[in-house]
Design a protein around this ligand. Structure first.
Ligand SMILES: [Mn+2]
Length: 312
């Protein structure tokens, strides 16, 4: 598949001021930000979270001059010495070709993983993760860790099997996905009782918010198998809406930003983090830019954790 390269990101800003580097020129071991505005929306028109990649990059500009400073959430510089962060821009979204969107995302990820890069996905709704995870699972065995208010185990919604409510079920069907830990479920979402049963029958470890509050963050990170590379699927509605108001799956009672920091650092102690997806931010629903700044910090955490796991 041909990539449109060089591919400057929408809006012109790169993530944290990283160099805009084409997918087929990303250096081995680099953390690479990649935007995916959408893949498989449930209807026509602009994708639900299509404005998110540019919004996250725009906020990240203010952090760019301090990139080498000490990040207290990571216990060191954001990027350890010798590590690089680049931005390969946005994967093209075509409102008339959902299969093509998925094929482009999967091909982009296959190329990045073959090059030994560590991808930081700036979504897009949850559906953008399905083709990305297909590429990971084809590349090597992985554990999927989802942080989300919703478990996303619907087989289909309105006849669509690749939409945002089906992400974890589609991912569970991939041979290379050896374990799944789902953290933060609460309230009422797309899942029916049978969907929860199916997830548990597959072996998904569901640490819902009630369980998390009863057993603690260390219990959640302790569910992640040791040593198997992890892809983090961070739907920002997993956080409490006071931290990220701009979502569609609004669900009170979620994780705080500090909870997510502790959780991710705990997971990183158990297994290398080789992929990090930040999805479901809706800038149009944000309040005073609070969510954009939180989501940017989450993406920065992702970059730092990927850099710490990336090959030399
Ligand atoms: Mn969600």
């Amino acid at each position: 598949m041909r990539f449109d390269i060089p591919c400057p990101p929408a809006g012109g800003d790169t993530f944290l001021g990283g160099d805009n580097v084409a997918v087929d020129a990303v250096p081995k071991g680099a953390v690479v930000a990649i935007g995916a505005a959408g893949a498989t929306p449930y209807g026509p028109g602009a994708p639900l979270c299509g404005a998110a990649p540019a919004a996250i990059r725009a906020v990240s500009k203010r952090h760019a001059p301090n990139r080498a400073h000490y990040d207290f959430d990571l216990g060191g510089p954001l990027l350890p010495p010798g590590k690089t962060l680049v931005d390969s821009g946005d994967i093209v979204f075509d409102a008339d070709d959902f299969a093509g969107n998925r094929a482009r995302i999967e091909a982009t990820y296959s190329a990045l993983l073959t090059r030994g890069a560590a991808p930081l996905l700036l979504g897009g709704d949850d559906s953008v993760q399905i083709p990305a995870l297909r590429a990971f699972a084809a590349h090597r065995d992985i554990t999927v860790v989802q942080i989300d208010a919703h478990i996303d185990w619907r087989d289909e919604v309105q006849g669509e099997r690749f939409g945002l409510s089906s992400t974890m079920r589609r991912v569970s069907e991939l041979e290379g996905v050896k374990a799944m830990v789902q953290i933060g479920a609460r309230g009422i979402g797309s899942a029916r009782p049978s969907d929860v049963e199916d997830a548990r029958a597959w072996g998904a470890m569901i640490v819902d918010m009630q369980t998390l509050r009863a057993k603690g963050l260390a219990h959640a990170s302790g569910c992640v198998p040791e040593g198997v590379p992890v892809v983090i699927c961070l739907d920002v509605d997993g956080l409490d809406p006071s931290a990220v108001p701009g979502v569609t799956g609004f669900a009170p009672g979620g994780l705080s930003y500090a909870d997510v920091v502790e959780l991710l650092n705990g997971i990183a102690e158990r297994a290398p983090i080789i992929g990090f997806n930040v999805v479901e931010f809706v800038p149009e629903n944000d309040i005073g830019g609070v969510g954009a700044r939180t989501v940017c910090r989450l993406a920065m955490l992702g970059a730092g954790l990927l850099a710490r796991s990336a090959a030399a």
